[in-house]
Design a protein around this ligand. Structure first.
Ligand code: ZN
Length: 294
């Protein structure tokens, strides 16, 4: 089954709830970057959060959102982006990170990411300069960090769950998450009631493993509060890179450097950081890039 994001609005319009099954998307990221368990969980949780933030925060077709996490843990930086049309992509600086399980028997994402550092979200909505909100990491487990980001940078009281289950062979069994956002008009008692539902909610990975759909996860979070389900949106890992795109970047290099690639290497290779795709440039390709200057 393919990935999708479900969303709902409470009947009193005081809350929005999003839930996503991102299993295939995170599997694709794991395969493309050959991430090991701790890196898979850290990158996977970030991709899930990116999908939820894009679904809740972008409006128009070309809008884009970028997440940068820089902690002091062994995975280094995590960079992801997401679009309004339900695509995400991303990478982690050091994909080969495995760590002992934490005290509750889970992948130690906080140790992998680090407990000190920053989380930044940039929104490019095509009008004016892109807007960046940045907060310090408060946990490193990431769900808490995105919750803190929403409260601090966007003034949205929220609850976020992000969950990736990695098999012993490093493959991803399930991945998903939810985001509950309070809208203007919501009162503290309502928020407390839904937060109590969230607190008793099993991990999203457990819910997905037991066969629950994103819509059913939303119902679990809403509890007794009546909600109206809105349109769903498909989600997939996709990168917009191309040989022509990297060619444009290489064409800006000095002639001598391009000539060196011809003389010494007989061509050039480039790899897209976001998706791992490799592009080869033959001598003829490189000569064509040089000719653009002339
Ligand atoms: Zn790419």
């Amino acid at each position: 089954m393919s990935d999708y994001i479900a969303s709902a609005l409470s009947r009193d319009t005081h809350f929005r709830i999003f839930a996503v099954d991102a299993t295939e998307t995170v599997r694709e990221a794991q395969r493309r970057h050959d991430t090991w368990s701790a890196a898979s969980a850290a990158l996977g949780r970030t991709l899930v959060a990116t999908a939820l933030l894009a679904a809740s925060g972008l409006k128009n077709r070309d809008d884009m959102l970028t997440v940068r996490i820089k902690g002091d843990g062994p995975v280094g930086s995590i960079i992801t982006d997401g679009t309004e049309i339900g695509t995400v992509r991303g990478y982690v600086q050091e994909p080969h990170v495995n760590l002992p399980l934490n005290l509750v028997g889970k992948i130690d994402v906080a140790r992998a990411v680090g407990k000190h550092g920053m989380l930044a979200v940039t929104k490019d909505i095509g009008i004016g300069e892109p807007f960046t909100g940045q907060v310090p990491l408060v946990s490193g487990e990431l769900a808490e960090d995105f919750t803190y980001y929403l409260a601090k940078s966007e003034q949205i009281p929220a609850a976020v769950g992000l969950s990736v289950f990695v098999n012993a062979d490093n493959s991803v069994q399930v991945a998903g998450g939810f985001m509950l956002q309070a809208l203007p008009g919501a009162d503290d008692a309502e928020l407390a009631a839904l937060e109590a539902n969230v607190k008793t909610l099993p991990l999203v990975s457990e819910l997905l493993k037991s066969g629950l759909t994103p819509e059913q996860i939303i119902q679990r979070i809403a509890g007794d509060a009546p909600v109206q389900l809105l349109d769903t949106q498909s989600l997939r890992f996709a990168c917009n890179c191309s040989k022509a795109h990297f060619g444009d970047i290489m064409a800006t290099l000095p002639h001598e450097q391009l000539q060196e690639m011809i003389d010494e290497d007989g061509g050039a290779e480039t790899t897209c950081k976001f998706c791992g795709n490799q592009y080869h440039y033959s001598v003829a390709d490189l000569k064509a890039l040089i000719a653009r200057h002339e």
